[in-house]
Design a protein around this ligand. Sequence first.
Ligand code: ATP
Ligand code: MG
Length: 398
Amino acid sequence: MSFLRVDDLYKIFGPRPESVLERARAGQRRSDIQADTGHVVAVSGVTFAVEAGEFFVIMGLSGSGKSTIIRMINRLVEPTSGRISLDDVEITALDKPELRRLRQQRISMVFQHFALFPHRTVGENVAYGLAVQGVEEAERTRRTREALELVGLDGWADSYPDELSGGMKQRVGLARGLATEADVLLMDEPFSALDPLIRREMQDLLLRLQRELHRTIVFITHDLNEAMRLGDRIAMLKDGQIVQIGTGPEILRNPANEYVSSFVADVDRSRVLTAGEAMRRPRRTFSPTDSPQEVLDWLADQEFNGAYVLDEHGRILGVARDDRLAQGIARGDRDISDLLIDDYAGVTRDTPLAELAGYAALNSVPIAVVDDRGVLEGVVPRARLLAALSAKEVRVDA
Ligand SMILES: Nc1ncnc2c1ncn2[C@@H]1O[C@H](COP(=O)(O)OP(=O)(O)OP(=O)(O)O)[C@@H](O)[C@H]1O
Ligand SMILES: [Mg+2]
């Protein structure tokens, strides 16, 4: 069972939302409903489930309903219809006091324009949420210090917000979200107002934190590159409806419709596609007991310059390269065990293709994709890498 579940959620703005619910359910266009009735169908039949510890991104253009969805999750906006549950709690059934507890303890929210209290110090701003939760002072101080440390603002606790840059203020917002130790972090375009360099820094920071903290995150953005960088999965939203949910590579490879394709065209695919997706099985590998003549003959036949040599567990021992093999034959070596060299690059499956470009230099063998024990899982030939990076359509399955 998923951790956070959103089922068939609707939000209609206007004087009599229920009166147009049937039309929205029947799939009538948002613009038609608005023209006829003056009601705005902000969110229409949205269903998704987020696993504990997952980084889930909702991506869509301005007005597509992103903020409305995220605000319904903690019921800052009341759904017109549908069900939201967290773990074993049905959020849509909670009364006011229960809801307050949920917001204080289990769900915290970070906004785009994070409102800091100007007359309180950075530390007091971070501690605020904890005070509301009724956390006692010593504990508050400790968690505040930890959260500020996490976001790289140790030493700033006694400063005031107007002494901070935009990026630093946003870090305070993040620290406040983290300090509450809530299970779920709702983040509504937290980095959109930042300039690109700082924004990237904040993305890196958040990814690093998430690797340690494993919070469940629902993150909103209108930037598909940001979505692809951050999200374990992405929901693509259009006019209040989800048009596709998938991992970044899935969406890149298989956009559900024209609308998604038009976004995908702008994505830096080299940062989304990974070595694991571009790799293929090596044509052949050798063992250290093979003879230099046999290996060299095979290389000559294939028009290759080198081959991987593996131990009995499939781990890479080294590379047998043509020139060394020839030397070995000349001096009468029986096997290739003394001829192996380290002339190769090894990466793990999840390495983005962008990072492979630097390795693809001029080794005699393709890039090796290895697991954490050094077992060869596949190879990425240079031409294949370049093809994957340059393709209009992403075809790494060939
Ligand atoms: N309180 C409201 N009353 C009436 N209409 C609203 C209200 N809040 C949002 N809307 C409308 O609902 C639709 C979805 O708005 P929402 O703010 O969720 O979009 P968004 O995807 O977050 O956009 P942005 O990227 O600009 O933040 C829009 O058409 C918006 O005008
Ligand atoms: Mg919004």
